[in-house]
Write a protein that binds this ligand. Structure first.
Ligand code: GLU
Length: 544
């Protein structure tokens, strides 16, 4: 077969050759060891935790090496196309604070970054393979391929289009020409030179040395619609776009022999591959893949609704990436993802357990480290969209809100009861009179029959002095209650329970429930200071 003639027959209108594109997209000039990574989703829209994790990994490695992180849309499977999918992906990732150096609508010298706009480029590369005898057209119908599969199943042969079963390999130039004249649909296949019996080894950045059979399948390079398959498209793109590291899900691991074979046949250096294990979830004793369909924590809207900070999600993903990040983060208030050196070999090989409780724990730590001002700025956009009433109130009463947010924030052990932005209102609403007096929809701690409102009122009227320091305030409070048969300490109470009505904790509980409608609050002293004596007395008077 004269393959040059065959290539010319199949691509009579080819505008540019491979060499043209190689010149158009020169090698990137970057620092030594700089990584060029990409996120390459199909445009089905929505980002979920699994895809966010994959893009986060690529983003982190590019950033820490002063490299490039770009977005490429893999839309060669046109059935899966979703309108606005691309904008959705970019905007979802922006919300998670992940940005691209290059991509559709962003720019960059290696575009277009949407595969369906790169048809001519793929053709130029197929043309190149074909003229050198590594690609050919195949005209089998779906039925014929189904028959082949059935025959192979019956004969207990390996399934697929290879070796003796790759019958289109034997078509003559004349036969091909005739098919084309009849406008018979066809695909272009790779003419594989691999042998299944031969072992193929490569080193994966995460999984280490892998051994698989060599590829002997004549896989499809261009489909009937003229668009490339994933296998071929990513090889051409990652080559021309200068990708140094392909980070992708490990469902692709078994295809690596095909991919590396394609790079070799094109005579170019292959990127390194890093196959990430899936995020998993524990269900009873079973561990399974985190599912887009069944697990709420897989969808990004869950985090947006709950108000889980983007930074907390990233901190959690960083701990999944390298578990040692967690110790570093927890031990250093100034810890930053950008200051940590992540390595491939510390990544999980088998699967990373996604643990929402852990994420919430890290989120508490993250929120506890913010200053009141920073926290205030972070919660504003959340409440603007989720609770406009609260948003307006905290905007109007900014100074007061800053004081409320500052409660137990500046000491050695800052409060850690906020895991989400929602928790802010949940744990501070009682500091605002609007909610205290007017909102009966909020659940309040029950006023027990044993409570003594008169005693509490008496204390605030006669003893409580706003100008007392915390120590003096506490001493005076204990002194006061001891006159009314409350033990100054729990210990005293436990020693002679019969002699007391209760202890200091019981007295403080009454204050908490009367004034803050809650059994658990942060430091009462600080709350009372913010509330002011005048408002304290007003609240107590209001209670029946
Ligand atoms: N489009 C492929 C996917 O969504 C991307 C794999 C890759 O990153 O190369 O699985």
């Amino acid at each position: 077969m004269d393959y040059q003639a065959l290539a010319d027959l199949l691509f009579p209108h080819l505008k540019y050759t491979r060499e043209y594109y190689e010149e158009k997209y020169p090698k990137r000039v970057l620092k030594e060891k700089a990584m060029v990574t990409r996120f390459a989703p199909s445009p089905t829209g929505f980002i979920h935790m699994g895809s966010l994790y994959a893009s986060f990994v690529s983003y982190v490695f590019a950033n820490q090496t002063d490299g490039i992180f770009y977005l490429r849309i893999e839309d060669t499977d046109q059935k899966r196309e979703v309108e606005h999918g691309v904008e959705q992906i970019i905007s979802d990732l922006k919300k998670e604070d992940i940005s691209f150096d290059e991509g559709p609508g962003i720019g960059g010298a290696y575009g277009p970054y949407i595969q369906s706009e790169r048809k001519e480029i793929y053709e130029a590369f197929v043309y190149d393979l074909m003229k050198r005898g590594y690609a050919y057209p195949a005209f089998e119908t779906k039925e014929e391929l189904d028959d082949l599969r059935e025959k192979q199943e019956q004969q207990k042969q390996r399934l697929g289009y290879y070796g003796v079963y790759a019958t289109a390999r034997n078509l003559t130039y004349e036969e091909i020409k005739k098919h084309l004249e009849q406008k018979d649909p066809y695909v272009i296949r790779l003419k594989s030179n691999g042998k299944f019996e031969d072992k193929f080894t490569f080193k994966d950045c995460i999984k280490g040395k892998i051994e698989l059979p060599s590829n002997d399948m004549d896989i499809v390079l261009l489909k009937q619609d003229g668009l490339p398959t994933y296998h071929f498209a990513h090889v051409v793109d990652d080559y021309l776009m200068g990708t140094t590291h392909v980070v992708r899900g490990d469902e692709w691991l078994s295809s690596v022999p095909v991919h590396l074979q394609l790079f070799r046949l094109l005579g170019v250096k292959a990127p390194k591959y890093a196959h990430i294990a899936p995020l998993t979830k524990k269900e009873g004793t079973r561990i399974r893949k985190l599912s887009k369909r069944y697990d709420k924590e897989c969808s990004m809207s869950f985090y947006q609704e709950e108000g889980i900070p983007t930074n907390a999600i990233k901190i959690y993903l960083a701990t999944l990436l390298n578990t040692s990040f967690e110790d570093y983060y927890l031990s250093d208030r100034q810890a930053r993802i950008s200051n940590f050196s992540f390595t491939w070999n510390k990544m999980s090989v088998g699967g990373s357990l996604f643990d929402l409780t852990k994420l919430q724990f890290l989120s508490k730590t993250y929120l506890s480290r913010l200053s009141a001002e920073q926290l205030y700025e972070e919660i504003l956009p959340f409440y603007q969209t989720h609770d406009n009433f609260f948003y307006k109130m905290i905007t109007r009463e900014k100074e007061y809100t800053l004081r409320v947010l500052n409660v137990e924030r500046t000491g050695k052990k800052p409060r850690k009861d906020f895991a989400t932005y929602q928790d802010i209102k949940k744990h501070t609403w009682y500091m605002y009179d609007t909610y205290y007096y007017e909102d009966d929809t909020i659940k309040r701690a029950e006023i027990k029959e044993s409570y003594d409102k008169k005693l509490v009122q008496h204390y605030f009227e006669k003893v409580y002095d706003e100008n007392d320091t915390k120590d003096i305030w506490y001493e005076k409070l204990k002194e006061f209650i001891s006159q009314y048969d409350y033990a100054k300490t729990v210990k005293e109470y436990l020693q002679k329970p019969g002699e007391y009505i209760g202890h200091v904790g019981d007295f403080c509980e009454m204050i908490r429930v009367y004034l803050f409608c809650s059994l658990e609050t942060p430091d009462i002293y600080e709350l009372l200071q913010i509330l002011s004596k005048e408002r304290i007395l007003k609240r107590l008077n209001h209670i029946n």
